[in-house]
Structures are given as C-alpha cells and as structure tokens.
Design a protein around this ligand. Structure first.
Ligand SMILES: Cc1cc2nc3c(=O)[nH]c(=O)nc-3n(C[C@H](O)[C@H](O)[C@H](O)COP(=O)(O)OP(=O)(O)OC[C@H]3O[C@@H](n4cnc5c(N)ncnc54)[C@H](O)[C@@H]3O)c2cc1C
Length: 402
C-alpha cells in the first residue's frame, strides 16, 4: 500500500464514505495500492434518528463485518488533532495510547452533538436524545419513575425545542409514559419553544397538521417562550411560569463536531465548514468534509443541506468517491441532492410526510407512519456485509428517498 485515505467517524456519512471510496478504488483496480482506514470509538453505526423511540433495541449495529467485506481497515480510537500542513492526524486509541497517522486524503465525518447553552442547571439536569448514551440515560430515568411516589413533578415531562427532534420526542412520550406509569395516571406533557407559533418553521400547512396532532395527543404547547433555568424539580420560563417536573428533555439545537475548528476556512453558525461542491474543505484540497460537519448547496436554487441522515448518507458517498477518485484518476462527482423530503413521527397520531423545501403535506397518520417505519428500520441501516451488494448502492449519485 502506498497511499492512504483516512475517514474519521462511523456514522452515516463515514460509513458511506468508506464504502464509496473502496468502490472507486476497486473500479480503478487499485486495491493493492490504496488503503482506506476508518477511525471511530467503536465499529458501530448509531441510528441517531431513532433515539427518541420507546425501545432502544438495535440502535447501534456492528459494522465490522461490512468493513471487512469491502476491504477497509478499522481502528478503534478518537481523532484528537488534525495537522493540515503535515497531512497527519493524532489519534487516541482505545488503549489510551496516542498515534500519529499520515494521510493522502482525510475525510472528516465526525457528525454533530447537542448544543448546550449556558442556562442555569441545563448541563446538570436536562436529558437529551442526541446520542445513544444520553438516550439510554433518559430511558433508565423514565423507567425508574414508577418507583417514585406520585407527584406532579414525576408525572410531568417537558420537552424543550420544537424542531423535528423535539416534536418526535414529545409526541412519543404520552404512550411511553403510560406504559411505565399506567393508563389511569394523569400526565402533563409539555412542549416549550421560542418560535411565535409551534412548528411554524415547517410552513403553515405542515404546522397546522402538527398542531392538531399535538392537541389530539394532549401535549400542551408553550410557544414564544425561553427556558431561564432548571433543576431536578422543574423549570422556570421567560413567560414567568414555573413548572414542576423531574424530566426535562433538551432538544434545542445541534452543533458540528468541534474538530471542525481545527480545519481552516469559513464556518456557518452551526460550526459547519463551508465545503465546495466536491466537498473539499476550503483550506486544503486533501481534506474532505461531509455529513453534519459540512455546509454545501444541495441545488442551484439556494438550498443547503440540513443536519440530517438524508443528506449525510449522500454526502458520505460523494466525499468517499472524490477522495479516492483524486488518487486513482477517476472524474470527481459534484454533490447535488435537489429532492428533499421530511418524514416526521408524531407518536400514536401517526407520521407526517412532506415533499420539497416548502414542505408540501403529502401523506399523514397511519400511511405516513408506514413510510417512517420503513425509513427507520430499513433504509438507514447498513447494508449486509457483502462487497458487491454494498458497492451496488455506493455510487456517488445514489439517493434513497421515498
Ligand atoms: C433524535 C434524533 C432524530 C433525528 N431524526 C432524523 C430524521 O428523522 N431524519 C434525518 O435525516 N436525520 C435525523 N436526525 C439527524 C441525523 O441523525 C444526523 O444528521 C446524522 O446522524 C448525521 O450523520 P453523520 O454521519 O454526519 O454524523 P453522526 O451520525 O453523528 O456520526 C458521527 C460519527 O463520528 C464519530 N466521532 C465523533 N467524534 C469523533 C472523533 N473525534 N474521532 C473519531 N470519530 C468520532 C461518532 O462516534 C460517530 O461514529 C436525527 C437526529 C437525532 C439525534
């Protein structure tokens, strides 16, 4: 092997970058000359879009056999430092030893994490569904509520943030909590958001559907309101209200992984690096940025990728292909993903499926739920550990949309 591509991250973008790079290398018959290495803490793809669900089974599939099947090398560790000039990274391996690795191409696919602003009590007391460890902590906490004596605080759950994650989380809670506490219990499930009207960022048509789903599920909505402080017993809001609750779930905002700060070039307000259409980082032609770490145009009409699995899977394929293509002399592939859909789970109400950036409502309720379940249990899961089958869906223009 005389050339090396390193991919940091085993999420949606990282996994598809590795498969797509191996595919391009195989197309050029260069497997003996170029190695592709994936680095991440564990060889798993965490299915983050499902972490709001009631059961956390099969949320972290093992991808070791798949990486073997496509001929990639896996190293368990965390990237700590990126040296753009030396074309090297420093990793901390799982045995705590540091190692410096040189690369010919580096792909940053380390995703995003919850944004925790400096609100009193937030870091200490709020729950989150942004990553598996936090989703498991919330699950344990909810299941333990049954062991506490009745109180208003025990029976009240507050979800802060009315974006897609907050909506999916809050609409799942009524059924989830009833299963734990019993159907005869009086519950208060509350959604708090700063926008003037709940879900209005989705457009009027979708917002109307979402608001009626919340009403049907008996979820209380508090709009135009900020959280001022919280503790283990409740929350104080900017509208002057104090609400007793032992369970406050923070879903208001994500930020790109902090490694983006080590790559020079412009960032957006979420910390994402502004990539070119081939997903090069602005600073260096040998670094690619992908998934939740990049901001890039999806079309010629002024739309950009959002932090989503929908975009990360395509962005990963394009970054992996282009990193390998530069080394083997294949044409580069520009990123383009003009079709945009949203499928929003709304708990026992069903799901809302929209198309386009103006979120035209297409399918609702049980029919929408069927689409959501197919996305969440089939489409976003890794392919079987079969080289040819994985390569068949790893070309850079392959897009999965309903
Ligand atoms: C509750 C919830 C619901 C969501 N719902 C949807 C939805 O309905 N539809 C949708 O499209 N998207 C949804 N998303 C967003 C989606 O999950 C993310 O946009 C997607 O996971 C981004 O993929 P990624 O590969 O860029 O990053 P990630 O999936 O975050 O993967 C990042 C990888 O990098 C690794 N890593 C991190 N730091 C390092 C390091 N220093 N060194 C090495 N490896 C590192 C991590 O371990 C992980 O393997 C949801 C997210 C959440 C949390």
């Amino acid at each position: 092997m005389n050339k090396r591509i390193i991919v940091a991250g085993s999420g949606f973008a990282g996994l598809w970058a590795v498969i797509s790079a191996q595919r391009a290398i195989a197309l050029a018959n260069q497997e003996q000359n170029i190695e592709v290495i994936m680095i991440s803490p564990t060889p798993n793809l965490t299915i983050r879009p499902r972490l709001y669900e009631q059961s956390l089974e099969n949320m972290n599939p093992d991808i070791s056999a798949l990486l073997d099947a496509v001929g990639a090398t896996y190293i368990s560790g965390t990237v700590e430092n990126i040296d753009e000039n030396a074309q090297s990274i420093t990793i901390k391996k799982s045995n705590n030893q540091q190692e410096i690795l040189n690369y010919d191409r580096f792909i940053l696919a380390t995703g995003s994490r919850a944004f925790i602003p400096p609100i009193s009590g937030l870091a200490e007391y709020a729950f989150s569904v942004s990553d598996l460890a936090n989703a498991e902590k919330l699950d344990q906490h909810l299941n333990d509520l049954v062991n506490q004596p009745y109180s208003k605080a025990r029976n009240t759950v507050i979800v802060v943030g009315g974006g897609l994650t907050g909506l999916e989380t809050v609409t799942e809670i009524p059924e989830r909590l009833r299963k734990i506490l019993g159907t005869e219990q009086e519950l208060r499930i509350i959604l708090v958001d700063t926008s003037p009207e709940i879900a209005i960022a989705m457009g009027h048509e979708a917002a109307t559907v979402i608001q009626s789903a919340l009403t049907e599920l008996a979820v209380e909505s508090i709009a135009d309101t900020r959280v001022l402080s919280l503790d283990g017993n409740g929350v104080t809001l900017s509208n002057g209200e104090t609400i007793e609750s032992n369970t406050i779930i923070w879903t208001a905002g994500m930020r790109a992984n902090p490694l983006t700060a080590q790559i020079s070039g412009e960032k957006d307000n979420l910390g994402r690096i502004l990539g070119d259409s081939f997903l090069h980082a602005p600073s260096s032609k040998n670094i690619f940025v992908t998934g939740d770490t990049v901001k890039v145009a999806t079309d010629d009409l002024g739309h950009f990728n959002v932090m989503s699995c929908q975009h990360a899977m395509s962005l990963g394929r394009v970054a992996g292909h282009n990193a390998a293509a530069e080394l083997v002399g294949l044409p580069l592939h520009p990123y383009s993903q003009p079709k945009y859909v949203t499928c929003l789970d709304l708990g026992a109400w069903g799901a809302l499926y929209t198309e386009g950036w103006d979120r035209k409502v297409c399918v609702t309720r049980a029919e929408g739920k069927k689409i959501k379940q197919e996305i969440n249990t089939i489409w976003i899961y890794p392919p079987a550990p079969d080289r040819d089958a994985a390569f068949a869906v790893a070309n850079p223009d392959f897009v999965i949309v309903p």
